[in-house]
Each structure stands twice: as C-alpha cells, then as structure tokens.
Design a protein around this ligand. Structure first.
Ligand code: PLP
Length: 375
C-alpha cells in the first residue's frame, strides 16, 4: 500500500495507509488499482453505492444548468427536495444546510426559538457533530473535554432508561434530542417504550437521523419503526449519496420556529446537491427498503457466534458487533484483506455497507470477518 501524505492536513484524523481514487457500486479502488469491498460507505453516506446512475445523472444535469444562486432567490431543486421530504415525513418544512452538525445546530436554534427554553435532554454516548452547539449535546465527555465550556443546560440520560429520562426532565427543557440508533456510541437501538416516554414529555422531540435516515435502517426514517412521530428530524449523510447536504425537517404541527432572518446558510440547498438528493429519494422504494431489512438480518445472523463477538445489534444495514477486545486491529486486518469496515467506540465493529449490497457480498464480507476474527 502507498503511504498517504498527511503533512499539509491538520491532523484531526489518524494517518491512513489507503487512498481511494475510484468507486463503483459496493467497490472502492485505491491508487494502486486494488479493489475493496466497501462496508463503510463513507461512514453510512453512499447509500445507493458509488456512482449510482440516478444521482449521478441528476447531478451532472444540474452542473450543466446552475450551480448556485443563493437562498435570497429560489431554486427549483431545493423546493422540489423539500416537497419530496415533506411527503415522506407526512407534512413538514425543510431547512437545508451542508452537514449533520449544521442540521443539529439548526434544530437547537429552532427549539430555542419555538419554545423559549434553553435546556436540552440528550443521550449519554450520543454523537451529534463537532460544531460547538452540536458538541454540547454530544454525550461523549472525551470529545467535549478540550472545548469546555460549551452550551450549558444539557442533561444526558442513559439510552433506554425510562426512569432516568423522566427524572431528568424539568420546566427549562425545550428539546429532547435522540438518535434512533446511536451510530457512533456503540450501535445501540432505542426501544419503543423509551421513545414513547420521550414523546410524552412537555418538550419538542427531535430525532437525529443523520446516520439512521434515508433508508439506512430499512425504512426511510428510522422513527417509522418506533411508533412515534417527532417534531424535528435532522438528516445529512445519505441524503445526496455523497455530496454535502444537511437538512432540518420541522413537522407541520410543531410550534412555529424560524421566521425570515432567524437562520441561514450560503450553500444550504445547493442546486447540485439537492438534485442528487431528489434522485436518491426517488430511488429509495419499498423493494430496496425490504432488501435493506433482509440483508441487515443476514449480516447480523452471520456475525453472531464469530470469535470475540459478544453482542450483535442494529437496524437494517446499520450493524454493530460488540467484541470482547479492542476492534482496531481487526479493522486493519480486514482492510488488508480487502474489506472496508468501521468502528463505533473502541470495541464495536460497525458495518454500514451501501444499501444496494447483495446477499453474496454480505457472505463475502462475513468470510473475511470470520478469517480476521479467528486469526
Ligand atoms: N449526527 C449523527 C448521528 C452522526 O452520526 C454524525 C456524523 O457521524 C453527525 C451528526 C455529524 O455529521 P457531520 O459529520 O456531517 O457534521
């Protein structure tokens, strides 16, 4: 493998030995021409697979038409995407930005404006992004420590602890922010009873679906499997299949939040990213979602009982296998064997392949993982 030069990048990520230069479907190709099976999808981003023809054609067509005009004026793709997401949600309005962290910033501001309250309930172990507001509600002290003081009035509750949730609630809480599956915090799915208890609290309920949204868990929104409808949803990663985009959806019934001048983003709703996202929304149909659910089950079933695996969790194609040892050496070995995987925390192997992965590719990945975990 060719070493990558990181010298001119600030070292926010550890050095890597692989440089990918091309992708197609579930395959990545490095700069030495070696092919890899991609079970990371750019951290749960490239849902339709690399260079999927639908978003590719839509983005190309938009590149040839209009790149940017500013939100001071309307553009057709952003309006059309907002309408598509509203239909999927069952009635909502959209604010577009460029990342998951920005989408969560928008949710935090929206909730303050709508409720007049500053308090937030969030989950221990959660991840909501690296900007100052999103970091404030991220339940991972190690990520926050060097940047304190952050926003005050944030209380963290253990996932699925209904009693803890109720006792943490108080009058100053305007927002309850939940990841339906904690993607970075160990791939921990929330239980319906916990989410129902959150819905009963006197606060706006927001789901951070940056990682779980856009079909990743087998339904377009993960909350569809939980029996509640939130007031706010944030999306990003998979929405434009790899082009930068973020989105806050506010349910029609939610208290009024933003008015002109309250929030904005120069690039938010960018026509090229929005055009790709419309194509993504159009492509995710019931057949694909059913395949996501079935292939997720196949992957989980294959992981159960492998050496070092003590628990297997997840929904759809957001899968976690908790190991009894640190996961990094196995990620390195899998990569060397041509399989790209992720971690979630220090001891959970996270798998988030493109949603278009097929059963044979899942079996290939399981063969590599069996070898790697057995060695
Ligand atoms: N929220 C969740 C649930 C995420 O998984 C992530 C990224 O991993 C974010 C927010 C932050 O998204 P971004 O890196 O696009 O800012």
């Amino acid at each position: 493998m060719t070493a990558v030069l990181h010298d001119a990048l600030l070292p926010t990520y550890p050095p890597t030995q692989v440089t990918f230069v091309e992708g197609h479907g579930t395959t990545l190709v490095d700069n030495a021409g070696r092919e890899y099976l991609d079970f990371a999808a750019g951290i749960a981003v490239v849902g339709l697979g690399h260079r999927h023809p639908a978003p590719l054609a839509a983005a190309h067509a938009q590149l040839d038409r209009l790149w940017h005009a500013s939100n001071l004026f309307g553009t057709e793709p952003a309006r059309e995407l907002a309408a598509a997401l509203s239909t999927r949600f069952g009635g909502a309005r959209a604010f577009f930005c460029n990342s998951g962290a920005e989408a969560n910033e928008a949710a935090l501001k929206y909730a303050r404006k709508a409720t007049g309250k500053t308090g937030v309930l969030a989950l221990a172990g959660s991840f909501h992004g690296r900007t100052t507001g999103a970091l404030s509600v991220t339940g991972q002290p190690a990520k926050r420590a060097a940047f304190e003081p952050l926003l005050g009035d944030v209380r963290f509750v253990e996932p699925n602890d209904v009693a803890g949730l109720r006792s943490a609630m108080s009058d100053d809480i305007g927002l309850v922010l939940l990841e339906p599956v904690l993607g970075e915090g160990g791939v921990i799915p929330l239980e319906a009873a916990f989410v129902a208890a959150a819905r009963e609290l006197d606060a706006l309920l927001a789901f951070d679906e940056v990682q779980t949204g856009v079909g990743r868990t087998g339904t377009f929104f993960a909350f569809e499997q939980l029996g509640v409808t939130p007031d706010l949803v944030t999306l990003a990663k998979g929405l434009a299949n790899g082009l930068p985009i973020g989105c806050l959806l506010a349910a029609d019934g939610a208290a009024d939040g933003f008015a002109p001048g309250d929030h904005g983003s120069t690039f938010g709703g960018n026509p090229v990213a929005s055009a790709a996202a419309i194509a993504v929304c159009d492509t995710i149909d019931d057949e694909l979602l059913a395949a996501v659910a079935a292939n997720g089950e196949r992957l989980r079933a294959g992981l159960r009982g492998l050496p070092h695996v003590v628990d297997v969790r997840g929904r759809g194609l957001l899968v976690g296998a908790e190991l009894d040892v640190p996961v990094q050496p196995f990620l390195d070995a899998a990569l060397a064997a041509g399989l790209v995987c992720l971690s979630s925390g220090s001891n959970v192997l996270r798998l988030a392949p493109p949603l278009v992965v097929d059963a044979a590719e899942i079996d290939r990945a399981l063969t590599v993982l069996t070898e790697v975990l057995t060695a």
